[in-house]
Design a protein around this ligand. Structure first.
Ligand code: PNS
Length: 188
C-alpha cells in the first residue's frame, strides 16, 4: 500500500479539537500529512495566517510526520506541487456531506488523479466548528474542551479589550511615565 503524502486543507480559523483529532488520525494512516492553511480566503478571518500557522505548529509538535504549510489558489494545484496522493477532509455529520461531496467532485474534475479521503473525528467533537467557536467566544461564552488550550488562550487575548492595551506598551509607556512625573512634581 502506498501510504504517501496527504494534504489536509482548510481555514483553521481557529483550529479546534475536531481538527486536531483528525490530524492525529490522519498521521496514523499517511506517511506524511501536510496541514495546509488557505491564504487567499474571501472571508475576513479572526486570526491572521501567521497566527494560525503558529497555533497549528504548536498543536502538532508531538506528531513527527505532520507539517504545517499555507497555500494560495487552487488546492489541487498545490496538492500536485507537493506530490500528494490524496486530500484529507473531515466529515462530522450528514450536513457536512453535501458541501464536501461537491468539493470532492469538483476537485476530481480538476485533477482526476487526486483522491479525497474522508475521516470522522471523535463523536464528542461532532458539533464543534470554527464558526461556532468564534461565535461563542465573541459572545463571551466558554470554549473549554472545544479547542486546545493554546487556542483558548489566543481567543482570550484577541477578545479581551485589555489585550490591545498590553499590545501597545511601547507607545503608551512614555506617556504614562510623563503623567506620573507630572503628578509627582505637583505633590512635591
Ligand atoms: O476549512 P474550510 O473553510 O471548509 O476549507 C475549505 C478549503 C480551504 C479546503 C477550500 O475552500 C479550498 O480548497 N479552497 C481553495 C480554492 C479551491 O481549490 N477551490 C476549489 C475547491 S472545490
Amino acid at each position: 500500500m502506498n501510504r504517501g503524502l496527504a494534504i489536509y486543507p482548510g481555514s483553521f480559523d481557529p483550529p479546534t479539537n475536531g481538527h486536531l483529532d483528525l490530524m492525529e488520525r490522519g498521521a496514523k494512516i499517511f506517511e506524511e500529512l501536510v496541514v495546509a492553511i488557505l491564504r487567499n480566503s474571501e472571508k475576513s478571518p479572526m486570526f491572521s495566517v501567521a497566527e494560525r500557522l503558529e497555533m497549528l505548529r504548536a498543536l502538532t509538535g508531538h506528531l513527527d510526520n505532520v507539517r504545517i504549510d499555507t497555500f494560495d489558489g487552487l488546492m489541487v494545484e498545490y496538492a500536485k506541487s507537493m506530490e500528494a496522493i490524496c486530500i484529507l477532509r473531515g466529515i462530522r455529520a450528514i450536513s457536512d456531506y453535501e458541501y464536501e461531496l461537491q468539493m470532492a467532485l469538483m476537485n476530481r474534475k480538476l485533477e482526476p488523479t487526486l483522491e479525497t479521503v474522508f475521516m470522522m473525528p471523535a463523536d464528542k467533537y461532532s458539533y464543534v466548528s470554527s464558526r461556532l467557536v468564534r461565535e461563542v467566544a465573541q459572545a463571551g461564552g466558554p470554549v473549554k474542551g472545544l479547542v486546545p488550550e493554546i487556542v483558548e488562550q489566543r481567543l482570550r487575548e484577541k477578545l479581551d479589550p485589555a489585550y490591545k492595551f498590553r499590545d501597545e506598551p511601547k507607545e503608551i509607556v512614555p506617556e504614562i511615565v510623563a503623567g506620573r512625573e507630572k503628578k509627582r512634581k505637583k505633590r512635591a
